[in-house]
Structure formats: structure tokens, C-alpha cells
Ligand binder design. Structure first.
Ligand code: ADP
Ligand code: MG
Ligand code: MG
Length: 250
């Protein structure tokens, strides 16, 4: 589904990612861990196509096709979803109306008509039941006065509605409390399937006790210095990152 080859990228002449290789197949959950400032958020932004980042080498293939020339919207329409680390408040626009618009924009980009209202309602009902989201929440203004947990609930609901092929969840700096942690992990686990893939970016090993990854990658200084199975997350929790740094002499 996703293939990253020798990716070099940065921002304003600052090199941040230095030769990233990563392969993600449908059905897999990958965790990317690493110390603060190692380039985790940069990697997710570059995959999603945020325009402030510049790719200076390598390639990103999504379903076999290079996406480097596509803007963020196009990538989203192809099925790449990046969770919002700093969601904006939109007073007067409800959680439901926001997602309706997003879904219909995606359809429009594919040359499809708006989703019929009855189908939309059915989908909203299905997904909100699956994620145990109540009606009152769906009619609230987007992100206005949302708690940390409610922001996460909204993100996961958007993900459930949009049904992305590749979901990238950058949880790095957001300090998940237990409530938010439970919402995110239950949501992701319910939405996991053999057709989609998830990249979870975190420096909390704790999250990976709930979302059990198939692969764990350690990013240090813009490079993936170690990859392994879920046990690697435990090892990192125990020994910290210095051990990997020393072993790989980055
Ligand atoms: P992580 O998510 O692993 O904490 P980031 O990708 O946020 O790491 O940052 C990697 C490096 O790139 C850091 O040194 C950071 O200061 C720098 N960086 C990230 N975004 C910007 C930006 N918008 N402008 C300048 N430097 C940035
Ligand atoms: Mg950071
Ligand atoms: Mg980050």
C-alpha cells in the first residue's frame, strides 16, 4: 500500500529526514517511535503532503503510484488520512456537518454525486454506534470547547466515516490521558481490517499496549535505525532510546 524509498525531506533548507525506507501493506499496523525532535511528525506531514515540507530525494508510492506531485487534498481523496494534532475550532459547524462536507468533497473529486441523505444518515448511525458516540456530541460545534478526549473522539469518528486506506495517527505531543487513550485505541482496533493500514506515531509505549502493532520502527535523527515486532516497543520502554542510538552509532 505504502512504499517509501530513500526519502530525504526537510523544511526551509533544514534537512530533517535522511534516507527513510518503509513498507506498509494492507492489514498491517506500524508504530513509529523515537525521541522528541527525531522527525516523526515531519514524516507524517510529508506522507500527507503538507506543503511547507520539501522533499529533496527519494519517493513515496501509494498503491504503486508516486504521490509526491499530489497536494494534500488529492492524497486525502486517494485514501490517506492524517489525524489532526492541532484541530481548529469551527463555531457553527457541527461534527456531523463537517464530516458530511468532507465525504462529499471526496466523492466530488472522484466524479461522484453527493452521498444520498439517507445513506449518509445510516452511515453516521452505524459508525457512531460502533464507536459509542452519542447524538448530542454529533451536533456540537466542531472542536469548540472540546476536551482532549472529545477531540480524539472526533478524530476517530472522522476516520471511521472517511474509511481511509491508510490512517496516520500522530499522537506525539498530545499527552493522552487514560480516557483519550481508551477512545483512540478502541476506535483504531474496531476500524482495523485487512483492507486498511495504520501508522501510529507515538513516544508512549503505553498506547501500544492497547493498539498492538505488527511492526515497530525507531526513528532517530531522521533515520529509521531499528525495526522489529511489538516486543521492540517494550524493549524501548525498558531501556530508553540511548541503547538503540549506541547500537547503531547514529
Ligand atoms: P518529532 O515529531 O519526532 O518530535 P519533528 O518532526 O516535529 O520531530 O521535528 C524534527 C526536527 O525538525 C526538529 O529539530 C524540529 O525542530 C524541526 N522542525 C519541525 N518542524 C519544523 C518547522 N516547521 N520549522 C523548522 N523546524 C522544524
Ligand atoms: Mg515533537
Ligand atoms: Mg511530533
Amino acid at each position: 500500500m505504502l512504499e517509501i524509498n530513500n526519502l530525504n525531506a526537510g523544511i526551509e533548507d533544514k534537512e530533517i529526514l535522511r534516507g527513510i525506507d518503509l513498507k506498509v501493506n494492507a492489514g498491517e499496523v506500524h508504530a513509529i517511535m523515537g525521541p522528541n525532535g527525531s522527525g516523526k511528525s515531519t514524516l507524517s506531514s510529508v506522507i500527507a503532503g503538507k506543503e511547507e515540507y520539501e522533499v529533496s530525494g527519494g519517493d513515496i508510492l501509494f498503491e504503486g503510484e508516486s504521490i509526491l506531485e499530489m497536494d494534500a487534498d488529492e492524497r486525502a481523496h486517494k485514501g490517506v488520512f492524517l489525524s489532526f494534532q492541532y484541530p481548529v475550532e469551527i463555531p457553527g459547524v457541527s461534527v456531523t456537518n463537517f464530516i458530511k462536507t468532507a465525504i462529499n468533497q471526496t466523492r466530488k473529486a472522484k466524479g461522484l454525486e453527493d452521498m444520498p441523505a439517507s445513506e449518509m444518515l445510516k452511515k453516521i448511525r452505524e459508525k457512531s454506534e460502533l464507536l459509542e458516540i452519542d447524538r448530542k456530541f454529533l451536533s456540537r460545534s466542531l472542536n469548540e470547547g472540546f476536551s482532549g478526549g472529545e477531540k480524539k473522539r472526533n478524530e476517530i469518528f472522522q476516520m471511521a466515516m472517511l474509511e481511509p486506506k491508510l490512517a496516520i495517527l500522530d499522537e506525539t505531543d498530545s499527552g493522552l490521558d487514560i480516557d483519550a487513550l481508551r477512545i483512540v485505541s478502541n476506535g483504531v482496533n474496531k476500524l482495523r481490517s485487512s483492507d486498511n493500514a495504520v501508522i501510529v506515531i507515538t513516544h508512549y509505549q503505553r498506547l501500544l499496549e492497547y493498539i498492538v502493532p505488527d511492526f515497530v520502527h525507531v526513528l532517530v535523527n531522521g533515520k529509521i535505525v531499528k525495526s522489529g515486532g511489538k516486543e521492540l516497543a517494550l524493549e524501548l520502554e525498558e531501556k530508553g532510546y540511548d541503547w538503540v542510538k549506541a547500537e547503531t552509532a547514529v
